[in-house]
Design a protein around this ligand. Structure first.
Ligand code: SF4
Length: 60
């Protein structure tokens, strides 16, 4: 699984080419990889203006 799946709050979510390999580790994946990842940073992350109320991953 991915601890902080920041992609769901990213404006590129629907078109991102990096997602395919990442989704192998997402909790919705068919096969559990038995590996837990934490996303530190994505250089292409663009905060989705439509998603409000959870800014925990926006800045640290
Ligand atoms: S650009 Fe980065 S944060 Fe955005 S969906 Fe792609 S991998 Fe996730």
């Amino acid at each position: 699984m991915i601890n902080n799946f920041m992609c769901e709050r990213c404006d590129h979510y629907m078109v991102c080419e990096k997602l395919k390999p990442l989704m192998k580790f997402h909790e919705s994946a068919k096969k559990d990889m038995m590996i837990t990842l934490t996303m530190e940073e994505c250089m292409d992350y663009a905060p989705d203006a439509d998603v409000k109320g959870d800014d925990s991953a926006s800045e640290d």
